[in-house]
Design a protein around this ligand. Structure first.
Ligand SMILES: Nc1ncnc2c1ncn2[C@@H]1O[C@H](COP(=O)(O)OP(=O)(O)OP(=O)(O)O)[C@@H](O)[C@H]1O
Length: 630
């Protein structure tokens, strides 16, 4: 609202909002004040020109054109606003189809919308006008429906941008229903651009209406809007031009009023949206989940996660890329497993697949992908299981929260979705969880918005959101990368505390080998979409056997590193998932690689996938100064 009032104080805004205020004033009051003058017949002055008595002259029945133009404001504006509302509502529902109805119905609908958008608007209006019949109601429906594809397209684009943000993924992962996601998370974040566009659109709609009435398809006598008046005045345009020009001018002025106001706000928002966008778009992700159904009898109750031969693929041009190529691992109750590897090795995709958060076009396959004994690929809906047993914490705590809602309300939403808690109970639990993650003054903080939290607090609040239920597994994807060192420590301590207090399993993805070594019991090293080594964290520094693991460890400076020597880096570049070579994917960078390594891919055997595990490396093998993420 503040931005709208700021927009109204710009020169463009003053003119636009000034005209709009006059237009709306006339729409409301003109029929009340001048109804009689507009309806009076002055039979002595038929088709009279402008005079002191009749400023714009009279029509063929002697009625005063000036007053009729003023009075027609109400019907003209009402019709335009109604049609705009229809266009926006129908458009937004169509645009949200992929969110509400799933992609199989949603996508064809959006395809249809795209075709309709390419269709000339006027033809659509005429088509609908004929379908719905002559008259004001038919015209409103015709203009409204003809405008819907444009708003559907706009709404879809805006929603797609917001739907990709982490707080929506977090809500989805928490099991919040699509309709509620639309109303609570998508619409509030697209409302401003939508309203601005609708305001600007109303100007165009006004013109469409005038056109329809002018063609005789709109308002019918004895009612009259500006279009109808233009049609009535057209016959005498050469004798008495004002009869047609005056309502025409009214259409232009009212259209300008809507256009300029919308334009002024759009300009003001253009700056603001940009800033706000950047504030929320830095990569953070989080999704919360919380009390799973009891495991079946034949399932090891300590097995929280059981993954066998997990594959993730994406369509790529006419081909397919496979960034995750058969990952197998298990996580037991209370265990902390770290996943390390350079950028692009498939760590995040593995985590997202485990949490069932990868969406089309990603294709996830696995011989087994089970959480607490339930196979996620058994064709049923596991939203509740995931929503209650897996908590996810992502890199940047900013975008994980919806900027439009209070932190407490966002935490409470998970409890309401899954535990059927009342609003009050959910809020109390939210405050309790904020306090559990050591946020001071949780009552006050719960009422604040995410931007009022510091980065570390937001990340702790995110962990708190994950704890709204009773998660059995926390998946933390680079949870401390966006934080400074002291705050990193707090968050890691927090994860450790949560894990030990509640015996929760943890998967910690990090580019920082030392963090993983410190927090985790076990470490999985990923390279080119595969686990190349799976070893106890304590062995990482001293007993790693894969040359890649050893290179990763060597690339981390420690207290004994020679400060004058250049920092060790790993020779060569990580593998592009679109071009995975034959044999061992690491062979091209490995100092131990031989012919066999280049032709046969080693499998993970006794915790390592290498043809030369533990063989001594030429020193130093990591000389190339190219940048490496891990
Ligand atoms: N939506 C996608 N479409 C196509 N390819 C993708 C997509 N998402 C990821 N990839 C591919 O998968 C590879 C692995 O991605 P992933 O996010 O799992 O890497 P990562 O190991 O977590 O790296 P980082 O540490 O940079 O996050 C990426 O390099 C990219 O090539």
């Amino acid at each position: 609202m503040q931005r709208w009032s700021r927009a109204a104080r710009t020169p463009l805004g003053i003119v636009g909002f000034g005209l709009l205020a006059v237009t709306l004033f006339l729409a409301v009051f003109a029929p009340l004040i001048w109804h009689r003058q507009a309806g009076d017949y002055d039979t002595d002055n038929l088709l009279a020109g402008a005079s002191g008595e009749h400023w714009f002259g009279t029509d063929n029945l002697g009625r005063d054109i000036f007053y009729r133009v003023l009075v027609a404001t109400r019907l003209s504006i009402t019709l335009a606003v109604s049609a705009t509302l229809i266009a926006v509502v129908v458009g937004v529902v169509l645009g949200a189809a992929p969110t509400l109805l799933g992609r199989w119905i949603g996508r064809p609908l959006i395809g249809l919308v795209n075709i309709l958008v390419a269709f000339p608007g006027l033809l659509l209006v005429l088509f609908f006008a004929i379908v719905f019949g002559v008259g004001a109601k038919g015209a409103v429906l015709a203009v409204g429906l003809a405008g819907a594809p444009t708003f559907a397209r706009l709404g879809h684009t805006l929603m797609a941008a917001v739907a990709g943000r982490d707080f929506v993924a977090a809500a989805r992962a928490s099991g919040v229903r699509p309709g509620r996601i639309l109303v609570r998370h998508l619409l509030p974040n697209i409302a401003e651009p939508l309203i601005v566009n609708a305001t600007i659109g109303a100007g165009g709609v006004l013109l469409s209406f005038a056109g329809l009435s002018f063609l005789g398809l709109g308002v019918q006598s004895p009612d009259y809007d500006w279009g109808r008046m233009m049609q009535d005045g057209l016959g005498g345009i050469y004798v008495h031009p004002l009869a047609a020009l005056a309502p025409g001018a009214a259409v232009i002025i009212a259209g300008l009023a809507f256009n300029l106001s919308g334009e002024a706000v759009a300009r003001a928002l253009g700056v603001q949206v940009d800033v706000a966008w950047r504030a929320v778009v830095t990569p953070t992700r989080h999704r919360a989940r919380a009390a799973a159904p009891p495991p079946a009898d034949d399932v090891d109750p300590d097995l929280v996660l059981d993954v066998a031969n997990l594959r993730v693929a994406f369509p790529h041009g006419g081909d397919v890329i496979r960034p995750v190529r058969g990952v197998t691992f298990q996580v037991r109750r209370g265990e902390a497993v770290g996943i390390v590897g350079e950028s692009g090795s498939g760590k995040s995709l593995t985590a997202l697949a485990v949490a069932d958060l990868l969406e089309f076009p990603a294709q996830v396959d696995a011989d087994r992908l089970a959480v607490l004994g339930t196979d996620l690929h058994d064709g049923t809906d596991h939203r509740h299981l995931l929503g209650t047993s897996v908590a996810m914490v992502f890199q940047d705590p900013m975008t994980s929260f919806n900027p439009a809602h209070r932190v407490g309300a966002q935490l409470a939403e998970a409890a309401r979705a899954h535990q059927g808690a009342t609003r009050k109970q959910a809020w109390r639990r939210a405050v309790d969880r904020l306090s559990a993650v050591h946020i001071h003054d949780p009552h006050r903080r719960a009422r604040q918005y995410p931007f009022e939290f510091s980065g570390g607090m937001r990340q702790r609040a995110m962990i708190g959101m994950g704890l709204m239920g009773a998660p059995k597994l926390i998946v933390a994807d680079e949870p401390t990368t966006a934080l400074d060192v002291t705050v990193q420590r707090q968050v890691l301590d927090m994860l450790r505390e949560v894990r030990t207090t509640d015996d929760v399993a943890l998967i910690l993805i990090s580019h920082d080998v030392s963090v993983v070594a410190e927090v985790c019991d076990r470490v999985m090293v990923m390279y080119a979409g595969r686990v190349v080594e799976d070893l106890p964290a304590a062995d990482l520094a001293v007993a790693a056997r894969h040359p890649y693991t050893r290179a990763l460890v060597a690339a981390v400076p420690d207290m004994h590193s020679d400060l004058d020597a250049p920092l060790a880096t790993i020779f060569g570049q990580p593998v592009d998932p679109a071009h995975v070579p034959d044999g061992c994917a690491y062979a091209a960078r490995c100092p131990l690689a031989d012919r066999r390594c280049r032709t046969q891919e080693p499998t993970l055997t006794s915790g390592v996938a290498c043809w030369h595990p533990g063989e001594s490396l030429p020193v130093p093998h990591a000389r190339d100064a190219r940048e490496v993420d891990a």
